[in-house]
Design a protein around this ligand. Structure first.
Ligand code: ZN
Length: 213
């Protein structure tokens, strides 16, 4: 088994971190949150000779899920996640596009399978536990790889910040609970990538993130 590696492609005017998680040996992988700019994502997959097993969605916001159906058509793979509570957001992506002035082709998203707390998803020999972390969006999920001490946290937590909670379905108290009761207990040494900006380590956020101290 090779190492778990990640490549980031900033997509949409929101510069969302579309993330390709892949195995350095067999080149299998998944695309997390293809929000748009699908041609660039496909090019990165081809340039790096990756074999994509699935598309994973963290939550139903346009910059994370807006390109998922187009990428699914191009790759012929399934869309997994987020939690079913984001079904209404995913069914409303085309309206989100109008509201935010997105001109990229956006399609409402119907995942092949929603995910629930405690499920495991994976590719090759890399397994990720699904954590339901509402607050930024009701159906937000985090993908946690215990062996690699790595989590993809979407828009739940950022380096030095947290996800916004002023969008439909947002809930500040729930978001803080998700972070403090589900993410931080995983350990200070867990490295994370997130939907916007640089990733970091849970321990640093626990000690210095102004929203958590
Ligand atoms: Zn979001």
């Amino acid at each position: 088994m090779g190492q778990l590696n990640a490549g980031i492609i900033p997509v949409t005017p929101f510069q969302q971190n579309c993330t390709i998680l892949f195995d350095t040996d067999d080149r299998s992988g998944v695309v997390v949150d293809p929000g748009g700019d699908v041609a660039e994502i496909v090019k990165a997959i081809e340039d790096n000779k990756l074999s994509i097993a699935a598309i994973w969605i963290t939550h139903g916001h346009i910059d994370h899920a807006g390109g998922a159906m187009e990428l699914k058509d191009k790759l012929g793979v399934e869309i997994l996640g987020p939690h079913e509570a984001d079904r209404p957001l995913l069914a409303n992506l085309e309206n989100q596009a109008l509201r935010f002035g997105i001109t990229d082709t956006v399609r409402n998203c119907v995942p092949d399978r929603f995910l629930a707390e405690g499920e495991t998803v994976g590719f090759g020999e890399h397994n990720f536990e699904v954590l339901h972390c509402p607050g930024h969006a009701p159906g937000h999920v985090v993908y946690f790889n215990r062996a690699a001490k790595f989590a993809h946290v979407g828009d739940v937590l950022f380096r030095g910040s947290i996800g916004r909670t002023d969008l439909p379905g947002g809930d500040h108290a729930a978001l803080i609970r998700s972070i403090k009761e589900k993410l931080l207990p995983l350990g200070d040494d867990i490295g994370f990538l997130c939907g916007h900006g640089p990733g970091g380590r849970f321990g640093e956020e626990r000690l210095s993130n102004p929203f958590l101290t």
